[in-house]
Design a protein around this ligand. Structure first.
Ligand SMILES: C[S@@+](CC[C@H](N)C(=O)[O-])C[C@H]1O[C@@H](n2cnc3c(N)ncnc32)[C@H](O)[C@@H]1O
Length: 279
């Protein structure tokens, strides 16, 4: 039986011979089979796993029976444990000599605050290793067969946060409007209407293909396909749950898209993708 730990109680321990270490591990986007072999080995070996809301909880089954499982997940506008306390917790656990896996959805360094945790641990003299994970954009692209850099349509792909900070969006619109480029907005679902309105106001053609992928790579994946001009109305008609990504670019070929998804027959993939609407 693993220990579910009260995350508000900092760990206490007697003096240890040597410090432990922290592994910042990417859990991948949703399908638990997308985790790396290295991540799986570390999960099996960990003394403590500190995990997020977006890390698939099925992965915790790899933990051994004495491992402490500590949930520090965040919900929008509602942090269950502030970031500085997560950093303190990681350092305290390692300070007790533990091998700590910090399990994060997707990749730890893509909009995952991994950088802040590494900085904090380095300042405390605690060894930290990064184990990359499949970020949501890559996972969702694969699961929906949207080829992010198909060479006939895109020479670049840009990941942008569509999140608001202190009520403001901090989007580099020039970057979002680059020609021959695919743009993926993370954390933009609730701001989709403003994002698309601003793109159009800045000259984006209203017929630019646009997709929303919700709960990508999981069995509950849903995809809404349209254009920059109509996706907000479509989303109002078919509200989608989070987490969701917004994807924009000519690589989203709506004419073949439905056919491609209908033809997905791979047995290696648990996804039964629902397309809600095509342009
Ligand atoms: C705080 S960011 C973390 C990103 C993560 N580190 C990664 O590399 O995927 C959370 C955002 O990632 C996106 N996301 C994460 N998992 C997703 C999934 N399974 N399907 C669609 N979007 C996802 C959503 O935009 C969500 O708001």
């Amino acid at each position: 039986m693993t220990n579910i730990v009260n995350l508000f109680a900092p760990p206490e321990c007697s003096a240890v011979d040597s410090l432990g270490e922290v592994f910042l591990v990417g859990a991948g986007p949703g399908d638990p089979e997308l985790i790396t072999v290295k991540a799986m080995r570390l999960l099996k070996d960990a003394d403590a796993i500190v995990y997020d809301r977006l890390a698939n909880p099925v992965l915790l089954d790899y933990a051994h029976k004495h491992c402490d499982l500590i949930y520090v997940g965040k919900k929008k506008d509602q942090h269950s444990l502030p970031q500085d306390q997560i950093c303190t917790l990681l350092a305290a656990l390692a300070g007790c000599g533990k091998k700590v896996v910090r399990l994060k959805g997707g990749d730890p360094f893509i909009f995952g605050r991994g950088g802040e945790e590494v900085e904090h641990l380095a300042a405390q003299g605690i060894a930290c290793t990064i184990v990359p994970g499949i970020t949501a954009a890559i996972g969702c692209a694969a699961a929906t067969q949207i080829p992010l850099t198909h060479r006939d349509h895109a020479h670049a792909v840009t990941f942008i946060t569509g999140h608001r900070q202190q009520g403001k969006m901090h989007i580099n619109w020039d970057l979002a409007l680059q020609r021959d480029s695919t743009v993926v907005f993370y954390m933009g679902l609730s701001n989709l209407k403003e994002i698309t309105a601003e793109l159009i106001a800045r000259g984006c053609p209203t017929n630019k293909p646009f997709a929303v992928v919700a709960q990508g790579t999981s069995n509950a994946q849903q995809v809404l396909v349209g254009t920059v001009g109509n996706i907000a109305d479509k989303l109002a008609q078919h509200p989608l749950p989070s987490p969701a990504l917004l994807m924009m670019g000519d690589v989203i070929n709506a004419n073949t898209y439905a056919q491609q998804l209908a033809n997905l027959t791979s047995t290696a993939k648990p996804v039964s993708s629902a397309i809600l609407e095509v342009i």
